[in-house]
Design a protein around this ligand. Sequence first.
Ligand code: SF4
Length: 421
Amino acid sequence: MVLVPRESDSADLIRVRDLTTRFYTEEGQINAVESINFTIQKGEIFGIVGESGSGKSVAALSLIDLIEEPGRIVGGEIWYRNPDLAEMVADATPDAVDGAYVDILQLSEGGRHALRGSTFSMIFQDPMSSFNPSVTVGEQIAEAVEVQRRASANPRSTRARTEDFSLVSFLLSSALPSRQFVTPDSKDRAIELLEQVGIPDPAKRAEEYPYEYSGGMLQRAMIAQALAGEPEILIADEPTTALDVTIQSQILQLLSELQDETGLSIVLISHNLGVISRICDRVGVMYAGELIEKGDLSDIHQSSVHPYTQGLLDSIPDFEHPESSLQPIPGNVPSLLDSEMGDGCYFADRCPKAMTTCREKPPEFTVDGDDDHTVQCYLAREAYDPAKALEDNIDSEEPDATASTMNREQLEHSPVEFDNE
Ligand code: SF4
């Protein structure tokens, strides 16, 4: 597939096309991520939401090339806009370059790894298990700074942004590794980073061990560590799940402020649409390894079409109307074992609008015409293109008898009006 960058798309920092990641286990093939497409724009916060087991974390790990055996990225493209990198790799791997974009999946393993920290960085759900308990927090952040500094000075690295660790320093440190890995400069930078993420008295705190930090402060320290290489894209995988509600709010605010101040792009992953809605500009909804609906925040909140997205919205507590009850989505996420996945829509067993067609063949990814709000559901045709729906005779179908009564009632109260209701 040849991707031609268009002028109007110049804000796209990342374009993911048909990304597919599978795990080959003793039980069989697991289709964790199946042909997903999305973009990440420069300076935006893109949210990925879905239940546990929907494939959102695997999608993020695929971006940063952290999929481990028995998993493998088996298909797709990840185009990263970086004119310097494109020029650097054009001769050796011409197929991996298209204008200012580079398909990072076509780079060598070393080339992909060099992008970690400097292009992509990641923070995880549980900061307590991400830090070494026997090393001070400042030392661990300084190590991350030093690793990036040395990698930048390496003439074989794909980036060279840090100037104060010269090529001579790099050669000397490689030939005569000192016992002390981190330098005073790296420690100073670690303190600056702790200050940037709002740690009070950062010089003193840098000397403390992880157990001396509260959960919220440790999450801030992990964000500081992730910023050590000045990444362009920060992937935050459930960064607030292990925190209590007031601290959650502070961490979300911090991410939002960092994005404002630095122009960083952030991919925020959460099972909680309420969290995603707080700070994201655009949202992708994942279900059973597929990206079943995506659009900007208002598309998802005010004109969502996919019944799963609507179910997630109905699951958000409404504090303005405490008398309203939460509406759970009945059933569970289906097995992603290839041998157990059906032929039709994977949501059909839980969907109140399921039709016979839904169970026979999968819905195609349908675009509403402006390319920004996309839905993988037969109902999208009715919502966006009544003429096409008539032509396909889809609107004459009654919901499947196995559809959930409870959710059908929910849909009747949802803000979206379908032509066949
Ligand atoms: S209406 Fe059909 S295609 Fe759409 S979510 Fe329900 S089962 Fe899937």
